[in-house]
Design a binder for this molecule. Structure first.
Ligand code: ADP
Length: 461
């Protein structure tokens, strides 16, 4: 429905007054006409003043929500109704805008990254809670402050001085990330990146790269350790080779030559063991070794491990095998044998590593005992107990780290690579098992490989 223009209704009252004035003039003369005209004029003025007063009062109402406009009569009615509809639309539009802004704010708050808006002078305009936490910014206090005053890291000052618009697109500065420690959350490492934003300002994005950095450091350390481990035997071999090359055959007694070869072989063997262990570990870690799982009897495996250990020890230790009652007792005349479900080769090599260590770190004449039992929760416990040198408590949590050794010289001298327990840990992890270590210096150690109950079964032999 289209409304008549408001001013058209505005002519109604003055027209009535003119008509009434003319009638009064015709009937009662000039004075009557003047009285009617004056009264009419006063009435119209009062009418408009009343509407103006109501409208003015309305203008003081809240902007936030819709407050209905006063109702009016005649032209005022039309104008006020039109204004009212406009006002309704404005309030609805404003509510929608507010909701959108609120949504954006919540989104910025929920982001796993920190976000900081900086103006052209690198002063803080806004920061989401994560950025505030990581960089110890208190937005209420610090809004308008230069960021580099709050986060006093020289690299950050230089980073913020980068020209982001220099050679867009593909500006190198815009792609550069700055890695810094978090100011507040100690132990966290952050990667900062910046993009142009607004009028010469920039948006600073902070990501938590603690884990990534830790992994990178681990990788760097690992490469350094491997290089170091390989370098030592290589240097020895190269040294002897040079000596053999430089010394005329006639000048070197046969025994000396044989001795040098023997020493070179020992070093080459140690390098070979290291490379084998590295390959095993890398296959275990990458999960690439897709060996078939099988169900196998524990007893024959343990008996063969006992023999291997005895041979390795060259009868310098007493190696005993203690099987659980399960394996030895008879139920209604039938022997029960326990079985493990898993990758036999991997578990055999893990158990063997524990036994090799027992031989290595137990002085001559000591005892080594390998045992197998099922605990109260149905888990299989393969334990290797020795009466060896033992390990101080502070080393225990780090023993399964790659290349961690209590006594490097002793480990090397006995053919250790420093990777044995790391391999054991990985094999057990792949079988959802775990390694428990109990040790006392000078008394001996017990290493227990715990196999989860779901992988252990019993059968009549
Ligand atoms: P390594 O090849 O040096 O033996 P491992 O990873 O097998 O490497 O073991 C790590 C370290 O744990 C060894 O260097 C040694 O110090 C200590 N260790 C392991 N087993 C024993 C044990 N049975 N008795 C005493 N120390 C042990």
């Amino acid at each position: 429905m289209t409304l008549p223009p408001p001013h058209s209704r505005g002519w109604v009252l003055p027209s009535i007054i003119v008509v009434l004035t003319l009638i009064a003039g015709g009937l009662g003369g000039v004075w009557a006409a003047l009285i009617v005209l004056a009264s009419g004029f006063a009435g119209v003025t009062a009418f408009h003043l009343m509407h103006l007063y109501r409208l003015q009062r309305w203008t003081k109402s809240s902007l936030e929500q819709y407050v209905p406009l006063p109702e009016g009569v005649g032209g005022w009615g039309d104008v006020l109704a039109a204004l009212s509809r406009r006002e309704q639309k404005r309030v609805a539009f404003q509510a929608m805008q507010k909701q959108t802004i609120e949504q954006f704010r919540r989104m910025a708050e929920a982001l796993p990254s920190g976000v900081i808006v900086l103006d052209a002078r690198r002063h803080i305009e806004w920061a989401n809670p994560r950025a505030q936490q990581w960089l110890a910014i208190n937005l209420e206090k610090d809004r308008g402050q230069p960021l580099s005053n709050l986060v006093r890291i020289p690299e950050l000052r230089r980073f913020l001085a980068d020209d982001l618009n220099g050679a867009l697109p593909g500006n190198e500065a815009a792609q550069r990330a700055l890695v810094i420690p978090s100011v507040f959350d100690t132990g966290k490492t952050l990667a900062l990146q910046q993009v142009p934003f607004g009028q010469g300002g920039r948006l600073l994005l902070a990501r938590d790269v603690t884990q990534y950095e830790a992994a990178a450091r681990l990788r760097r350390d690992f490469i350094a350790s491997v290089s170091h481990e390989l370098k030592t035997p290589l240097t020895v071999i190269v040294g002897f080779l040079e000596m053999l090359e430089e010394t005329p055959a006639a000048e070197m007694p046969e025994e000396t030559r044989a001795h040098y070869f023997e020493l070179m072989r020992t070093q080459a063997n140690s390098m070979q063991r290291l490379v084998d262990d590295l390959l095993t570990l890398s296959a275990l870690e990458s999960g690439s070794r897709e060996k078939e799982e099988e169900t196998f009897a524990v007893k024959p495996l343990l008996e063969s491990l006992q023999q291997q250990t005895q041979a390795l020890s060259q009868d310098k230790h007493t190696v005993t095998l203690i099987l659980s009652e399960e394996e030895t007792q008879t139920e209604t005349g039938t022997q029960v044998e326990t079985q493990i479900h898993g990758v036999r080769d991997e578990l055999a090599s893990a158990f063997n590593n524990l036994l090799t260590n027992a031989v290595r770190y137990t002085p001559e004449g000591g005892n080594i005992e390998l045992s197998w039992k099922i605990d109260g929760e149905g888990r299989g416990i393969f334990a290797v107990r020795d009466t060896g040198i033992g390990i101080a408590a502070e080393h225990l949590p780090r023993l399964t780290e790659r290349f961690y050794r209590v006594d490097r010289g002793r480990s090397r001298a006995s053919g250790g690579t420093g990777l044995g327990l790391a391999i054991v840990k990985h094999v057990l992890l792949r079988h959802q098992g775990e390694l428990a270590i109990d040790s006392r210096v000078g008394k001996g150690s017990t290493f227990s490989a715990i196999i989860p109950a779901v992988r252990v079964s019993r059968q009549k032999a």
